[in-house]
Write a protein that binds this ligand. Structure first.
Ligand code: SF4
Ligand code: SF4
Length: 361
């Protein structure tokens, strides 16, 4: 199973999305006893551990203590990247995946995350590669009204010095009560986003025709099921096989956002890992949806809270249906490329483990 361990609720940035406001009722750093955490995780025979925050690297000692005591199948890290240069090499090289928050080129990233962020990220990425980090480096983008999905995604995957293996993006939607809190005109923006997705799929296909599979996570994560006639449940696995451990020891179905007690499903002192499996799943809205087999439910939190109401929820689903429809439309061409030996069917199998990319943006 996958475990997000929140090592800090603080952050050393103040991005436009969250404004660095730790929840007042949660400890800023873990209040749990490390031995209790180790005892709890030892009830999972093959844990995957993702360090998460706030900014997890602010509590580097806790990360090191956990890595010294737990033999996880995979370690992953979601970070803003500013402290990666401080992570000791012997621990850095044990990570299977590092997800770095970045939104596009220097201008786009610095507008959202603060002046100078992009340059520090670039320098730290070069540093971890030079120190031997050969794992999966993923650009993790937050898509907002200022994003140009085609331009930003192609920039991140094409810029060699950034050395990203994959790019993943998530829409900055349904975190607040009301569509208007962060968006001036979401329905209008959505049209340009859908156009950008169509353009991006065309770009992806052009590269497939040359035998190159560009590492665009939402495309790969959905297309692997299309090409193999498979179906999926919730891709992020929240509440099914993925959970978060808060700084107060409560276990939630996912790490976001901590102020909603509806997400609490257990506690590290009173539960075992295996008894939480399949604790909670998506409801009727998703189970009865015509694209459920390929979407699996975009986000458990969004489905449980519907902070934008039914109509706002449905609007976001239109982006999912557009994306799935466009990917289905290229299936035949890709099958021909596989038949000709230009592509290998197995190369679409990504991710191979829960690397905390939610697949559906
Ligand atoms: S498209 Fe929307 S309603 Fe349909 S399965 Fe996905 S999240 Fe659920
Ligand atoms: S997609 Fe939603 S439910 Fe899944 S991890 Fe992200 S916020 Fe949580």
């Amino acid at each position: 199973m996958n475990w997000f361990i929140i090592t800090s609720t603080q952050c050393n940035l103040r991005c436009r999305y969250c404004m660095n406001e730790p929840h007042p009722d949660l400890p800023l750093r873990p209040a749990w006893d490390t031995q209790n955490l180790i005892n709890f995780l030892s009830t999972d025979p093959s844990p995957t551990i993702c360090f998460y925050g706030g900014e997890p690297l602010l509590e580097m000692d806790i990360i090191i203590e956990i890595m010294d005591n737990i033999n996880a199948t995979h370690y992953t890290l979601q970070t803003n990247g500013l402290l990666l240069n401080k992570l000791p090499t012997e621990y850095l090289t044990r990570f299977s995946t590092i997800l770095v928050s970045i939104d596009g080129d220097k201008e786009t990233t610095d507008i959202n995350r603060g002046k100078g962020t992009f340059d520090r990220l670039l320098s730290n990425i070069k540093d971890i590669r030079s120190r031997g980090f050969n794992g999966d480096l993923i650009a993790r983008m937050a898509i907002s009204e200022t994003s140009d999905i085609f331009k930003d995604v192609t920039y991140l995957i094409e810029t060699e010095e950034l050395s990203f293996n994959h790019v993943h993006w998530q829409l900055d939607v349904q975190w607040d009560e009301g569509i208007e809190t962060r968006w001036e005109d979401f329905p209008d923006w959505m049209k340009s986003y859908n156009d950008g997705i169509s353009e991006l799929i065309f770009y992806w296909l052009e590269n497939l025709e040359k035998g190159e599979i560009k590492g665009l996570v939402p495309f790969l994560g959905i297309f692997r099921h299309i090409i193999n006639d498979r179906s999926t449940d919730l891709p992020c696995e929240a509440g099914l096989r993925s959970f978060a451990i808060r700084t107060d020891g409560e276990i939630t179905f996912c790490p976001l956002p901590p102020e909603y007690d509806l997400s609490i499903v257990g506690n590290i002192e009173t539960n075992t890992a295996n008894e939480l499996e399949n604790a909670i799943g998506v409801g009727k809205t998703c189970l009865e949806c015509e694209v459920y087999d390929l979407c699996g439910g975009r986000c458990l939190f969004a489905e449980k809270t519907k902070l934008w109401g039914d109509s706002g929820f449905d609007l976001v689903c239109e982006t999912v249906k557009h994306l799935i429809g466009k990917l289905q439309s290229i299936r035949e061409t890709v099958e021909e490329l596989i038949d000709k030996g230009i592509l290998n069917r197995d190369d679409f199998e990504y991710p191979e483990y829960n690397n905390t990319t939610e697949i559906i943006p």
